[in-house]
Design a protein around this ligand. Structure first.
Ligand code: SF4
Ligand code: SF4
Length: 179
């Protein structure tokens, strides 16, 4: 328990009740004039009309990136789910028709309510298949609304209008390794 703050009961006797109220109202009125005339920058935003932009380092909702042909880059190696400290990534792998990558996820789910947005998954991924975006607007009611499947993670409307985010990171190096 923190210490209780005891106000000096003699303060109002010293300054007077009316003087204190007047000073408070004066400050409020002056601030209102400063904000309306643009003399001072407001500390608050008119959300959602105005939005705050965090730095590129901000870690928000996950993205699954795609290959040039529009399929997921994920090769179901399970490194992200193994490293995840919250154990909130669930992947079901299957053989992929592209024999050069062997596996692809038939199901890739992230439980956002358990996620701590640490970024370990994107660091662990060897093929840049998962990233944390700058999206911070997370809201939902039922528990199911917080489980993001691969379609939402890769093709939600905020990601290039639903076309997904393509990644070609290290593609050339990977092709060289196959030769
Ligand atoms: S950000 Fe961290 S907690 Fe969230 S899914 Fe990735 S590794 Fe797990
Ligand atoms: S997202 Fe990356 S680390 Fe996770 S399973 Fe897919 S390829 Fe592996």
């Amino acid at each position: 328990m923190g210490e209780r703050m005891i106000l000096d009961s003699n303060l109002y006797k010293e300054h007077g009740y009316i003087k204190g109220i007047s000073l408070g109202l004066k400050i409020t009125f002056l601030k209102m004039v400063y904000f309306l005339t643009g003399k001072e920058k407001r500390m608050t935003l008119n959300y959602p009309e105005e939005k705050y932009f965090y730095s590129d380092r901000f870690k928000g909702k996950h993205i699954l990136t795609t290959k040039e042909d529009g399929t997921l880059r994920c090769t179901s190696c399970m490194l992200c789910s193994t490293y995840c400290p919250a154990q909130c990534i669930h992947i079901v792998a299957a053989d992929d028709s592209d024999k050069s990558v062997e596996k692809a996820p038939v199901s890739f789910e992230i439980e956002l309510l358990r996620c701590v947005f640490c970024g370990f998954c994107e660091e662990a991924c060897p093929v840049d298949a998962i990233r944390l975006s700058g999206e911070y607007e997370l809201a939902g009611n039922a528990e199911q609304e917080w489980v993001m499947d691969q379609y939402h993670l890769a093709f939600r409307s905020t990601l290039n209008g639903g076309k997904g985010i393509q990644s070609t990171v290290d593609d050339k190096d990977r092709l060289k390794l196959r030769l």
